[in-house]
Ligand binder design. Structure first.
Ligand code: FES
Length: 398
């Protein structure tokens, strides 16, 4: 999910979501259920202070940080491949929030490990790469997210990563190979140079363990390899050749998962669809730029002079707020009285602020983190959404 400067923030672009769709609220019972997606029975909330127990330098600008989860928090920090945590870091009086995919080593799938890249010089990534050490304490929210491989047995999972986008996909690959002996996994990783290939050693060992069912291809964007597959960018011409190389075929037996910078993910999704892939079998997640402030606000409504009473269900509690024209988003209104409302990027990318509209209506700018099925089911990202009407009920636990 920006191979050099970005830290991972889990999110999923979807062609429909990226167009700035405006989900109109309808009664929940009439909405379609989400296919092939993990169900949540209630969002785990709150902040927890966890000790760093390991810092492994992967490349010159990336570290793998392992955290200790005390027995009392085992359930809170249970995670599955594709989920992310939000990390809260205070620095010079300001609060930074970053989301990172949980990326356990294949040999220890229960471990809470994050891969963190250096970002802006004064950001958390730079602090992690240069200063973080065992014994330090980090503040994390529980794992969350909907990025996942289909749960069906068998079939071929084709995973395509750009840069740091490898972190959720490596975890997904290891879990699929371990848990589903009937499946095959092919991983295509696009990086500037071989030295930038995060987790290459672990993936090589994984290949040794599942030699007949796991394939890894690297595409080096800054190294020339003539007309070969391993150099240049993944574009419309190269992608079909890569898919042939991993023996992938369009059809219901092949599922795709993409993670990387927005440009790459959108281009690969488009190329996959042109190749013949079923769009409903393509899952994706974006990375946000690291350590940069939000770049744009959701569109303000010209008729938004009225105030809206917002009821939010969060962690089993009912939170009330009033949103007015001064609020760029519903999130802003909620944070005035409920600072623990989940959020991180504030750009519609990480998915941390996902909630389902139970009643009322919202309008939103681009919601990269939502898939078409989620939009159809009434989900919105409150950092991108503004209310329409005088009453709105949201469910963060849905
Ligand atoms: S999508 Fe990241 S905070 Fe809303």
């Amino acid at each position: 999910m920006r191979p050099t400067v970005n830290t991972p923030a889990t999110a999923g672009p979807d062609a429909a979501a990226a167009t700035g769709a405006t989900p109109a609220a309808t009664p929940t019972a009439s909405r379609p259920e989400l296919p092939d997606r993990p169900r949540t029975t209630g969002r785990r909330t709150g902040w927890h202070r966890l000790a760093v127990v390991g810092v492994q330098h992967l490349t010159g600008d990336a570290v793998a940080v392992t955290l200790e989860v005390p027995e009392a928090l085992r359930d809170v920090f249970t995670h599955r491949p594709g989920e992310h945590v939000v990390l809260r870091h205070r620095r010079a009086g300001a609060e930074l929030r970053r989301s990172y995919s949980v990326c356990p080593p294949p040999a220890d799938p229960a471990a809470l490990r994050l891969v963190i890249r250096r970002g802006a010089p004064d950001g958390f990534g730079a602090h992690a790469v240069t200063s973080l050490s065992p014994g330090d304490i980090l503040e994390l929210s529980p794992p969350t997210g909907t990025f996942a491989l289909p749960g069906r047995s068998g079939g071929h999972h084709v995973l395509i990563a750009g840069g740091s986008g490898i972190t959720p996909l490596a975890a997904m690959a290891a879990a699929a190979l371990r848990e589903d002996p009937a499946c095959r996994v092919s991983l295509i990783h696009s990086v500037p140079t071989a030295a930038d290939a995060l987790l290459a050693d672990e993936l090589s060992h994984l290949k040794d363990s599942f030699v007949d069912r796991f394939t890894v291809l690297y595409v080096l964007t800054q190294e020339e390899h003539g007309s070969g597959l391993s150099g240049g960018r993944i574009d419309d011409a190269k992608l079909p050749r890569l898919l042939t190389a991993v023996d992938a075929h369009p059809g219901p037996g092949t599922a795709f998962a993409l993670c990387g910078p927005a440009g790459m993910v959108v281009a690969v999704r488009r190329a996959l669809t042109a190749w013949g892939a079923d769009p409903t079998r393509i899952r994706s997640e974006l990375f946000t730029p690291a350590d940069t402030p939000p770049r744009s606000a959701p569109p303000r409504q010209t008729a938004a002079s009225r105030r809206t009473r917002v009821t939010a269900l969060l962690g089993g509690h009912r939170c009330l707020a009033t949103a007015g024209p001064e609020d760029a988003s519903i999130l802003d209104a909620l944070l005035r009285t409920h600072p623990d409302v989940p959020h991180a990027c504030r750009e519609g990318v990480c998915g941390s602020c996902r909630a389902r509209v139970l009643s009322g209506r919202v309008t939103a700018g681009p919601q990269y983190a939502l898939h078409a099925e989620e939009l159809a089911a009434g989900y919105t990202l409150v950092c991108r959404a503004r209310p329409l009407g005088t009453e709105l009920t949201l469910d963060f636990d849905a």
